[in-house]
Write a protein that binds this ligand. Structure first.
Ligand code: UD1
Length: 430
């Protein structure tokens, strides 16, 4: 198993190209199941989760071809991928494939909408909480589907003639369940109105792509989304939006190590709340014509309290990274996690580097320390693993992060991007 070795202490200086968003690419790829024409996605990141979803889509009959090698060093790395699903050859998404990544469960929406039935294994993914599927079941039931759990699978069946548009309000905001309702409602008969919908930029990206394919969706980005069902969708060409979590992660790395880095090909509007928290910690952040610039020249890191919330709140996917930043602050800060109940597994690993953090329920109290010292640490989930990398960059000496397969699920060419800015990060294969 690969590990990542970091020699900390260097400031970061230079340019980091931001990849296409993993969390946007996954639902967009799944939308290719909804048409027999070709869906072309540009700016698809090259990540383990994307490769895993390619395998899953292939199993349903999606033909996939990849092109677009990067020609210049300073260009982004992401690729253009063509997805064509002439016919759906299998409506079962098996345990062996779905258990590796929660988002693959979302194929249930298109399979049900296009074929009238689907058998999908209950999902797996990061061990950051129980992550049930009750909202998917309730939402699709509202569209007339019969949903039965049988031997670890959900058997979903649409009424004769297909799903029927309906009004459904989520009792809790869910990104994935909103994606699925968009895809199911797009091919349902009549109008679907989703209340308390997720407002994440990735939901807007999916709605834009579905509309380019011929869907009639309005209100994405607000908490009420209206979908006029259509009988079929066509192909389209769509560019995956920039990864706001990758953007925030590197911004926090610079805020922690100090330095001056331009994040290319991203957009501050995707993560204003997180950028504001980083600014309050003492870094300067400005928008450039093609991205954002993050600068911290000396000065202390100020303590900042945050609470995670659905968009436009502070993203739970940046909570661990922000905690890493706060371990070096000049005072006491508090971080409250409201989305996932078990998302503090990085705390004990950060402590191995010398951080002082105590937990009280869903709130972590972080007492800033003068210095962190490198140590062996273990990645526990995707976002937690990158928080250890950030902390390692700011620690004295060597930090060795094991279980880096978590990182490879969501961060494209992390070592290369950081090393180009003066960091010393190396992948070590056992
Ligand atoms: C997506 C993101 C993930 C991010 C999360 C929250 C992708 C691929 N993943 O995950 O990176 O951390 O949004 O921003 O886009 N819930 C239920 N019942 C359900 C579904 C969800 O109770 O049926 C709960 C979850 O346990 C969690 C909360 O709702 O507590 C939010 O989860 P959700 O927004 O669904 O997360 P994902 O879509 O899985």
């Amino acid at each position: 198993m690969d590990r990542i070795r970091i020699i900390g202490g260097n400031e970061l200086k230079g340019v980091i190209p931001i990849s296409g968003a993993k969390n946007a690419a996954l639902p967009l790829m799944i939308a290719s199941l909804m048409t027999s024409d070709t869906l072309t996605l540009e700016n698809v990141p090259h990540l383990a989760d994307v490769e895993q979803l390619i395998r899953i889509l292939g199993n349903h009959g999606v033909d996939i071809s990849v092109n677009g090698r990067r020609e210049r060093q300073d260009e982004g790395y992401s690729r253009t991928v063509h997805f064509t699903c002439r016919t759906i050859v299998d409506t079962t998404a098996p345990y062996e494939l779905v258990s590796k990544m929660r988002a693959s469960f979302w194929v249930i929406g298109p399979l049900l909408a296009r074929e009238g039935h689907a058998r999908v294994s209950l999902p797996g993914g990061c061990a950051i909480g129980t992550r049930p599927v009750d909202l998917f079941i309730e939402g699709l039931t509202a569209l007339g589907a019969t949903m039965e759990i049988d031997g670890g699978y959900i058997n979903a069946t649409a009424p004769k003639g297909g799903l029927i548009g309906a009004r459904y309000t989520f009792p809790k905001v869910s990104v994935g369940a909103t994606h699925v309702m968009l895809m199911a409602g797009a091919l349902a008969r009549g109008t679907t109105v989703i209340g308390n919908a997720a407002r994440e930029p990735e939901v807007v990206d999916l709605a834009n792509c579905l509309n380019a394919m011929g869907a009639k969706i309005s209100g994405a980005g607000t908490s009420t989304i209206t979908i006029e069902g259509v009988t079929s969708l066509s192909g389209a060409r769509h560019r995956v939006l920039p990864d706001r979590i990758e953007t925030g992660t590197y911004a926090m790395a610079v805020a922690m190590t100090g330095g001056d880095v331009t994040l290319e090909g991203t957009d501050a509007a995707l993560l204003e709340t997180a950028l504001e928290a980083i600014r309050r910690s003492g870094a300067e952040i400005t928008s450039t014509p093609t991205g954002i610039r993050v600068v911290r020249n000396g000065g202390v890191i100020k303590p900042v309290d945050i609470v995670t919330d659905p968009f436009p709140g502070f993203p739970t996917d940046l909570q661990a990274q922000f905690m890493a930043l706060m371990t070096r602050s000049s005072g006491v800060s508090h971080i409250t996690e409201t989305i996932f109940e078990n998302r503090f597994m990085h705390v004990q690993e950060l402590a191995r580097l010398g951080a002082k953090i105590s937990l009280n329920g869903q709130t972590a109290k972080i007492e800033g320390v003068q210095r962190l010292r490198g140590a062996p640490v273990m990645a526990t989930d995707l976002r937690a693993s990158v928080s250890l990398v950030i902390a390692g960059l700011a620690a004295e000496g060597e930090t060795m992060v094991s279980r880096v397969y978590h990182l490879d699920r969501g961060f494209e060419r992390l070592e290369e991007k950081l090393n180009r800015c003066g960091a010393v990060v190396e992948r070590v294969s056992d």
